[in-house]
Design a protein around this ligand. Structure first.
Ligand SMILES: C[S@@+](CC[C@H](N)C(=O)[O-])C[C@H]1O[C@@H](n2cnc3c(N)ncnc32)[C@H](O)[C@@H]1O
Length: 273
């Protein structure tokens, strides 16, 4: 969120949503002069206003207070090289998307944590209308370059899934290799928000690394406090009232960092009823 002070962040969000100071003040049952004072920095909102203010401005109290859970990721460094760290081969789940929702019309796709853009670009090349974001500025820059080189248009932008609010309704939401950065307490509201921003018959296609007692932590695993644990099967529990035409869990070999090790992954294709 833009702005160095809480007032600037309130003003930026208010303008983004097209609200006047008067409209915001009315929603909070206060005077517009109070809103004006917050925005100019001559006063700050009382703490009890923050949850309501965040709700009206379609953001979080953390974001209003300027708290960012993670400004950079381990990937930022990996993306610095000219090489594409993840290569150009689309994830096999992109083909699942094409089979289950063939691009007979320009379906809207959201790719969460798009990295360097290989999947978003692949889907755009095949006729989908794609919005895609990542926390890493460098990743997003490379993704834009890839789209340009492939002659397709993708709306790439930098954002943090922890405070992302969709402005569109999507037919397909895709998220691969990213959810282990989503904190436990954010999961319920996150999936609820994504589900509400999905068209009827829309698809969510996602995977997540899960913990297993018989699998050791990868030797090159990021030990950062931001990496989050997921329980086996947990992802599916956020979709109990959706159709789940495909769920699976598998263990696979990995050689990242040069030492062979294993990971366990849950995969889900969910369809909105
Ligand atoms: C394993 S990579 C997967 C990239 C891409 N989905 C792919 O499969 O090529 C994980 C990605 O998640 C992004 N990421 C991590 N935390 C994020 C957050 N809070 N919001 C958005 N993206 C995030 C990283 O920057 C990184 O690009």
């Amino acid at each position: 969120m833009n702005g160095n002070t809480i007032g600037e962040r309130i003003a930026a969000k208010r303008k983004e949503l097209g609200f006047s100071q008067q409209k915001l003040a009315e929603a909070l049952h206060i005077s517009f002069q109070a809103v004006s004072k917050w925005e100019t920095g001559s006063a700050s909102p009382d703490i009890e206003f923050l949850p309501k203010l965040a709700e009206i401005l379609e953001t979080t109290t953390d974001a209003l207070l300027g708290f960012q859970t993670r400004k950079t990721t381990i990937y930022e460094k990996r993306y610095q090289s000219e090489e594409y760290y993840w290569g150009f081969q689309p994830n096999y789940l992109c083909y699942e998307i094409m089979q289950r929702k063939p691009p007979v019309k320009p379906y809207r796709v959201l790719d969460i944590g798009c990295g360097e853009g290989k999947d978003a670009v692949f889907l755009a090349r095949n006729g989908y209308l794609v919005d895609a974001f990542d926390l890493s500025e460098t990743g997003v820059e490379k993704a834009r370059k890839l789209a340009e080189n492939c002659g397709v248009s993708v709306n790439f932008f930098q954002a943090d899934m922890n405070d992302f609010q969709p402005k569109e309704t999507y037919d397909i939401i895709f998220c691969s290799g990213v959810l282990h950065w989503l904190a436990q307490e954010k999961r319920n509201p996150f999936f609820e928000m994504l589900q509400n921003s999905t068209a009827e018959d829309g698809l969510h296609v996602m995977n997540v690394f899960v913990e297993k007692p018989f699998i050791q932590r990868a030797p090159d695993a990021d030990e950062s406090e931001f990496r989050q644990k997921w329980l086996s099967g947990e992802l599916f529990t956020y979709y109990t009232d959706w159709h789940l035409p495909h769920i699976e869990e598998f263990v696979f070999d990995c050689n990242s960092g040069g030492t062979p090790h294993k990971h366990c992954m849950d995969v889900m294709i969910a369809k909105k009823p």
